[in-house]
Design a protein around this ligand. Sequence first.
Ligand code: FES
Length: 148
Amino acid sequence: MLYSDKVMDHFSNPRNVGELEHYNACGEVGNLTCGDIMRMYMLIEDDIIKDVSFKTFGCGAAVATSSMATELVKGKSIKEALELTNKAVMEALDGLPPIKVHCSMLAEEAVKATLADYYRRQGIDPEPIVGKIESANVVAHEDLNANK
Ligand code: FES
């Protein structure tokens, strides 16, 4: 079978879907080639990701990797979340076909883009901490309910 049971499980029953009612960070990334978009929301307190959710407009592997990425960073510190790699997401899903590796990249970058947004909202330049995220889309903050 092309996809592992875990991929199929996270695709069929994605965890942490939707927009959080209260969050203070939101990041969005997109892949120009396939056109898929991933948006992530986080509630961060005392450097800990207390809650996290996502909305993905994309392929099944993008849904599964978003779901797994949120599970892997929930309850973790910012530092730990920044260490999350697409490889770790793929391993947690028992692998992805080579043609779908870029979907896991999007999940890693969605986490980083959301943490970059968290720093930006505090007037801190995120680039030295988070690095440059090529796939990041600009999310208009007035569209978001963050800091409620
Ligand atoms: Fe582009 Fe999966 S095909 S994210």
